[in-house]
Structure formats: structure tokens, C-alpha cells
Design a binder for this molecule. Structure first.
Ligand code: NOJ
Length: 550
């Protein structure tokens, strides 16, 4: 394991969704022993960091993002000793390990909330965001909600009524995930204490769940009504001035940094799930005293066009000047698989992988992305994902079929496709917790490891190149002038002795072959047919190439 101080700037992150990664005990649910068993394959793929989605004690209504004990492990996944072993085995293989820290909310079954909800004057009465309503109580005793703050999708209020306290509590995500009151010092110490437990055990950092939402406006002001069309996947009706990315929240990043810095070296990484434009969210990095990285989520909302990506890269470059880095991400456990976004065209998915792994930034890969797994269509009606169940249970099937991919996150959480055996080698159970994607006999890790032209091998080659070449893991990025359908950039690095190393990445988003006016050694090509003459390089349609210019 390399112990260089800023290891995380050069790493490639691989996201494991433990429930769907590997099931070692045949109960149809993935577990931590399953992850341990498969770590060597991740080391072989070449990634540097494994981020595990939550495996803590939880009623699993939001599959672990609803925690009922931050310091314990859900029994179906293992126990604290298994976690210790996982960290040790990972470190032995040269891998770093990042856990998911869910600070905004707990489960409503967390003993803290059960106590808090029991009366207005219990010792934890102020641990969550309780508020009196407005106006006179109605016949059922309810007052009007304190303000207009909304749950995701803007369809319902974020306030939930408690008949016991005759007050409202805030649940910014789903009704069973009450928001903690981070202005209460006891809450901070309790959650920071849990973080310290895992840091002390050797975890290399945290991915921070909905970090942007934690510190809401102290005066509980309503958000301004301002519909926003376009941009993201989902239309927003209200701005989130008083609930997201507030100045107090930016300060919280620094407090958390101070906690993890107690445990350096090696430096621990903090990766924020924060939404917003790059010129807003880069604030979280502070003066190198806040979060280490923030995910560049625009890439989850992309349009497949060269212009879109050129503009996006330019915006991130402008706001994340070195030594800052964006954390680029194309897939995760919440959003559509890449291949479904590009009409099932694996060539296009491979081009995007080439971009992801050669940009100046920290790339994140979601399990299955390395074999171009597709979404598994599952109707909203039978969804296990609480998003679909909570917000859209009435959705008719003909609508659901069109939008399920955006709402029902089950579709991107089906079991990992390891091989062509039963249940894709994920589990020996009769039934797995979610069905296996039917494409698995053709699309699985074992088959792709054997095939030199497979997407798994492309990822392995690109990750290997990124590790090997300082221009890729440490160099500058300069966008190059290119045609309408092309994204091209140069990555350059000046060595201590003054020698400059350069590579050029050319991504042809167009439908026609491109003649690029530069020759070079082809280090990687995402598809067949790339050829260099003495002065030019031919890049076929939907193909990316990494060139060492001559
Ligand atoms: C974001 C996570 O990625 C998602 O899976 C989860 O449901 C919400 N945060 C709530 O914790």
C-alpha cells in the first residue's frame, strides 16, 4: 500500500452496494464476507479505493440509508469483526476503504428518534428538527405545516406530524428518515463519535450522504417558489436557498474535517454528495480544510453530445483549479446505468468510460459499470425501493414503464453479474432479494475477464494507464479545439528534471469517422479501427482514443 499523503487525489473509486455484490451465506442478500471474497477481483481491475454503501444496523426500509445504530453492523451483512477483517484484507491488497456516513437523518426506529418522539421534554427532545405548526389546530389536532420545505420530487411536504408531541418533525428525504438537529452539540458528538469508531479501525474516509442538506436555515424560512425547467432529470418547483448548501452547512464540512484529521496519517478522505453547480459546491473544499472531494453529479444528467461535455469539463476546470479535483461519476446506485442512457450502444458507453478515466479528477465506478450492465426493468408496482413506493404508488403501468428507470432505483441495484452460473454467481439462494438481470449469461465478469476486447478489460487497461502515467493521474488538462462532435484534451505533466510528458485524448461522439490531425502511438482505443499514419489518426464513430503524440 502506498502511504503517500494525498493518495486520494490519484485514486479510482469503486462503489460496492453490499446487498447486491456477493452473497457468501446463501440467504439471497449480499454480505461483507462476500465483499471480502471478491476484493482480489477489484484489485485485479486496478481500482484504488472501495466505497461501501451503508451496512450498518438498519430496518432496511431504504436499504441501509435509514440507520438505527451507527456503531453496529446489520446482522445480515456481518458484524464489527467482519468489518475489521475487510479493512485489513483490503489494505493488504493495496486498496483503500471508504464507508458511507449518513449524517442528515436516521431511521425513525433509531432509539434516539423513538425517545425524541416520545414527549416534548425527554433528554433527546431536541435531537431532531421538531417544530410547532402554524395557525389553530384543526379537528384532528393538527396545525398547518411550519413552512413549505419539500421532500424529493417536490410532490409532498418534508414535514411529518407526530400526534404524541402534537408537533411536526422534518424528514427531508422519506417520511421514515427524520432529520437530525445538527445545531445540538450532543448530536454532533454522537455521530462524530461513531465516525471515530470506524476511523480508529482504519477506514480511509467517508462518502457523505446528502451532505448538502444537513444544516437548514436556523429561522426555518420558506424556500422561494421558482420553477426550474430542464437541466436535471426532474423539474424543481422551489429553489432550495434555505435547505441546501447553506453557509452553516459549509462550516460543518470544516468541523468534520477536524474530526477525521485527528486520525491522519494517512490522510482520510471526505467525499461529499452535494448537489449544485460547480461554482457553488466547490465552496465545500474550503481552503483545503473542508471536504476533500465533491461528486460532479452533472455527469449523471448528461446529454450524449460533445458540446455538452466540452462545456461541462470547462466549467469544472474553471472552478476546480489544481490542486482541487472534481470527482467525476457516471453511474451510482440511484441513477440509470450508462448503457441505457446511450440507447444500449456499448460503443458509446465505452467512449464515456474512456473520458471518465482520463479526465483530471477522481473517477468513480459503480459495481457492474465495468461490464456495461444495463438497467433491469422492474415495474414500479412491485418496487422494493421506497422512492417508488412512497411517492408514486398510483402510477399506472404504461407511465411507469417509461419513467421507472428514473424513479425505481431497484433497476440499478440488481445482483452483480459474476458468471454464467445460477443467479449470476451472486448467490446460491432459491431467490435473490432482487431478481438477477436476465442478460447475465452473456454479460458477466468471468466472461469479460477472458475476452481481451471486453468492456471489463477496457476498464482494466484505462485504470492501469491512469495509475502508470503521471500525466493522467497528476497532470494538467487543456481542452483542444476540435470539431462539433469531438471532445479532445491534452493531459501534460512536468517531471522534476523538467521533461514534459503528454497524452492526447480524442473522443469522437459523432456518427462518422474522424481524421484527427495528429499522429501518435495509440495507448488505448475504446473500439476497433483506430489507425495512425505519419500525420493523422483515424478515430471511428463513437470511439475514444488515448494517444501519445509523436
Ligand atoms: C442518497 C443516497 O444515495 C440514496 O440512496 C438514499 O436513499 C438517500 N441519499 C437518502 O439517504
Amino acid at each position: 500500500m502506498t502511504d503517500e499523503a494525498r493518495w486520494w487525489q490519484r485514486t479510482t473509486i469503486y462503489q460496492v452496494y453490499p446487498r447486491s455484490f456477493a452473497d457468501s451465506d446463501g440467504d439471497g442478500i449480499g454480505d461483507l464476507r462476500g465483499v471480502i471474497d471478491r476484493l482480489p477481483v477489484l484489485a485485479e481491475l486496478g481500482v484504488g479505493t472501495v466505497w461501501l454503501s451503508p451496512f450498518f444496523a438498519s430496518p432496511q426500509e431504504d436499504f441501509g440509508y435509514d440507520i438505527s445504530d451507527y456503531t453496529a453492523v446489520a446482522p445480515e451483512y456481518g458484524d464489527v469483526e467482519t468489518v475489521r477483517e475487510l479493512i485489513e484484507v483490503a489494505h493488504g491488497l493495496g486498496l483503500r476503504v471508504v464507508f458511507d456516513l449518513v449524517m442528515n437523518h436516521t431511521s425513525d426506529q433509531h432509539p434516539w428518534f423513538v425517545e425524541s418522539a416520545s414527549s416534548r421534554d425527554n433528554p433527546k427532545a431536541d435531537w431532531y428538527l421538531w417544530h410547532d405548526g402554524r395557525g389553530r389546530p384543526g379537528r384532528d389536532g393538527r396545525t398547518r405545516r411550519p413552512n413549505n420545505w419539500k421532500a424529493p420530487l417536490d410532490l409532498t411536504s418534508a414535514w411529518q406530524w407526530s400526534p404524541v408531541r402534537r408537533q411536526w418533525f422534518l424528514a427531508s428525504f422519506l417520511p421514515f428518515q427524520p432529520d437530525l438537529n445538527w445545531r445540538n452539540p450532543e448530536v454532533r458528538e454522537a455521530v462524530f463519535g461513531a465516525a471515530r469508531q470506524w476511523l480508529g479501525m482504519g477506514v480511509d474516509g467517508f462518502r457523505l450522504d446528502v451532505f448538502g442538506w444537513i444544516m437548514k436555515d436556523e429561522a426555518f424560512r420558506s424556500n422561494p417558489f421558482r420553477p426550474k425547467l430542464g437541466g436535471g432529470d426532474i423539474v424543481r418547483l422551489w429553489r432550495r436557498d434555505f435547505t441546501e448548501n447553506t453557509p452553516d452547512n459549509v462550516r460543518l464540512a470544516k468541523d468534520l474535517r477536524a474530526v477525521v484529521d485527528e486520525f491522519a496519517p494517512p490522510e482520510r478522505v471526505l467525499i461529499g454528495e452535494v448537489f449544485g453547480s460547480p461554482d457553488e459546491v466547490h465552496e465545500y473544499l474550503g481552503d483545503d480544510d473542508g471536504l476533500s472531494l465533491t461528486f460532479a453529479f452533472d455527469l449523471l444528467e448528461y446529454r450524449y453530445s460533445a458540446r455538452y461535455f466540452r462545456d461541462l469539463i470547462a466549467r469544472y476546470e474553471a472552478n476546480y483549479a489544481a490542486p482541487r479535483l472534481p470527482a467525476y461519476v457516471l453511474e451510482n446506485h440511484d441513477r440509470s446505468r450508462t448503457i441505457d442512457r446511450v440507447g444500449g450502444d456499448e460503443g458509446k458507453a465505452r467512449l464515456l468510460a474512456t473520458m471518465l478515466l482520463t479526465l483530471r479528477g477522481v473517477p468513480t465506478i459503480y459495481q457492474g459499470q465495468e461490464i456495461a450492465t444495463s438497467n433491469t426493468y422492474l415495474p414500479l408496482a412491485g418496487a422494493l425501493d421506497p422512492m417508488g413506493r412512497t411517492f408514486l404508488p398510483w402510477m399506472p403501468e404504461w407511465v411507469s414503464r417509461r419513467i421507472a428507470e428514473r424513479i425505481n432505483r431497484d433497476e440499478v441495484r440488481t445482483p452483480m453479474q459474476w458468471d454464467a452460473s445460477r443467479n449470476a454467481g451472486f448467490s446460491t439462494a432459491e431467490r435473490t432479494w432482487l431478481p438477477v438481470n436476465p442478460e447475465y449469461p452473456r454479460r458477466n465478469v468471468a466472461a469479460q475477464r477472458e475476452d481481451p476486447d471486453s468492456t471489463w478489460r477496457l476498464f482494466q487497461t484505462l485504470i492501469g494507464l491512469r495509475r502508470a502515467l503521471p500525466e493522467l493521474h497528476d497532470g494538467t488538462l487543456r481542452l483542444l479545439d476540435a470539431g462539433r462532435d469531438v471532445v479532445a484534451y491534452e493531459r501534460a505533466h512536468v517531471a522534476d528534471d523538467g521533461t514534459i510528458a503528454r497524452v492526447v485524448v480524442v473522443l469522437n461522439f459523432g456518427a462518422a469517422p474522424l481524421t484527427w490531425a495528429q499522429a501518435g502511438e495509440v495507448l488505448v482505443a475504446s473500439g476497433p479501427g483506430v489507425a495512425s499514419t505519419a500525420t493523422t489518426t483515424t478515430v471511428p464513430a463513437s470511439t475514444g482514443v488515448v494517444l501519445r503524440p509523436v
